[in-house]
Design a protein around this ligand. Structure first.
Ligand code: SF4
Length: 115
């Protein structure tokens, strides 16, 4: 099986955002990293392109993304104090959207770093 080599990949695991990582991947998994630290190597190697889960779940049952978004929106709109939480390992654009969502629903926002 041939490997795809990606040079200057960016690691978003810890916040240092190293952008000189070289990745070697087969069709589904990253199998080698160059210049990533042990945390970055573990992060990259534990991602897969395999479909391990359905695109969306509602109450544990497979659902369409559109249906799941509708249910999530209902939860957020009807919540007393919605919490938008997480944002580790996501892009700046995704964080920006999370802040917008928290503002839209009158909620609060927090990241995993508060642990
Ligand atoms: S390679 Fe290591 S130091 Fe660099 S961003 Fe990833 S986890 Fe952080």
């Amino acid at each position: 099986m041939s490997l795809t080599v990606v040079k200057n990949a960016t690691c978003t695991f810890c916040g240092c955002v190293c952008d000189d990582i070289e990745l070697h991947a087969n069709a589904e998994k990253i199998v080698a990293t160059k210049r990533a630290c042990s945390l970055g190597e573990s992060w990259f190697k534990n991602h897969t392109a395999e479909r391990l889960y359905p695109e969306a779940l509602i109450d544990g049952q497979e659902a369409t993304v559109d249906a799941a978004v509708e249910v999530a929106a209902d939860y957020l709109v009807n919540a007393n104090m919605p919490l938008v939480y997480g944002m580790s390992n996501v892009t700046c654009e995704a964080q920006r959207e999370a802040v917008s969502l928290a503002e839209l629903v009158g909620g609060i926002i927090d990241s995993h770093t508060s642990l």
